[in-house]
Design a protein around this ligand. Sequence first.
Ligand SMILES: Cc1cc2nc3c(=O)[nH]c(=O)nc-3n(C[C@H](O)[C@H](O)[C@H](O)COP(=O)(O)O)c2cc1C
Ligand code: SF4
Length: 485
Amino acid sequence: MKDSVRGLSNPAAESAYHLRQVSLHGRACAGLACFAARNDAPQRWLQAHGNTPPLVCLGQCYSAPAASGDDQPLHIECRARQPVLLSHLLRGGARSLQRYTELGGGQALQIALTSVPAALIAQIEASGLRGRGGAGFPTGRKWRAVAAADSAHRYVVANADEGDAGSFSDRFLLEDDPFRLIEGMIIAGLAVGASQGYLYLRKEYPDARAIVSRALAEARSAGWLGPSVLGSGRRFELSLVEGQGSYVCGEETALLNSIEQRRPEVRPRPPQITEFGLYGRPTLVNNVETLCAVPWIITHGPAAYAAMGDADSRGTKLLSLNSLFRHPGLYEIEFGMPLRTVVDTLGGGLRRGNLLGVMVGGPLAGLVPPDLLDTPFEHTALESIGCSVGHGGIIAFSDDTRVAEIVAEVFRFGAGESCGKCTPCHLGSPELARLAREVVEGGQINRQRWQALIAALQYTSLCGFGRGLAEFALAIERHYPHWLD
Ligand SMILES: Cc1cc2nc3c(=O)[nH]c(=O)nc-3n(C[C@H](O)[C@H](O)[C@H](O)COP(=O)(O)O)c2cc1C
Ligand code: SF4
């Protein structure tokens, strides 16, 4: 296939960028964790709501309501049999390559350079690793599809857009362990036959950007990146791309458009990006946390990884606990831990009020009510109650918030972030936001109209954003049937 570098010469592309000129400094965050904690600092929340465009989210949900430049120390803890993702963070972080290798980093790359690609893919398949970006797709299967696609060029992309309000795990991996991601990306490139990678990083993480830029320069001068990775004769280059401040930029096809400097809107599928992705080439897109698990799996073997976790959710997962918990912070758990243990033991319960519910996995997942807290944190069990693992953000809401207010806030977010490509989401989400607002203000709305709009979103949206908003609303109806009353 011929190279098709689309969009780079498009003079309109520059104006399509969101927030290009907007400084983040001092701006308050309008994310859902900040909404949950708004009564702790009402002025700051009002300021966040007044921002145009709104800033969502800074990844400081453990000290919400948050503002840029006003970060607090983070509590980090591992409750898995073995720390896969937090080992370096628990020992102070590894921002230099020397520190990273002192802590054992780089061994997986040495193994990968002497392995055939098929063996690397087989190891990832055997580990049972599933994507941590939200959809939980089997990682090995995706790698195999990209490797098998017929093309002379392929790309690897790390999705560091971390758009789910309530999640800050990628931010800390990027800031305190950047070489783990770089190592994971090089190994992915060797496995699928890609010699160029892109790291797509959300604009709301300026510290991560500076740290990752320095790490990339160091990796380049140490020979990890370049025309011959560690003298192996195998090429891998890695470029950092700054995100454009829109939630939908995290959706993988919109993300690829954004890298190509096109308007960041969703592409219809098929074709799948594993065949026709960035610049029309087969492309592997994986989340930061997914890629960060790769070096551990290659070093310790897939069986050790698969021995942790539960059923079809293997290994460990990072959970981000918001500021309403007594012990907010970043936790690594094995899949299968009951949500009650997450809430009561890890989080220490709420620091004020009674629990209304926990939003698990971001705004496109559901709200789990207190009587379902025995549900294990793993894909199948959460899906059976209409919720999902998502990206592991756990936002507790106390009873100073009403369910209708959460619904209104989620749809306000949805209306603001819709990319506008398809009608049910573009026109439906603002209308749903308006209806939910009416409920908050004590009005009666037409339940049938609400349900018809939700059904249109669920069945006819082009991407997971519209469908996710519908699934959120359906989970609310199921677990809080009186929310409209
Ligand atoms: C609206 C929307 C937003 C998304 N945002 C992110 C994101 O911020 N980070 C992420 O890794 N995946 C995000 N995803 C999922 C990606 O499209 C993709 O499935 C993921 O990056 C693949 O990596 P994984 O297989 O390692 O999970 C989003 C999906 C949708 C529909
Ligand atoms: S569902 Fe929403 S975000 Fe997705 S393509 Fe349609 S308008 Fe864009």
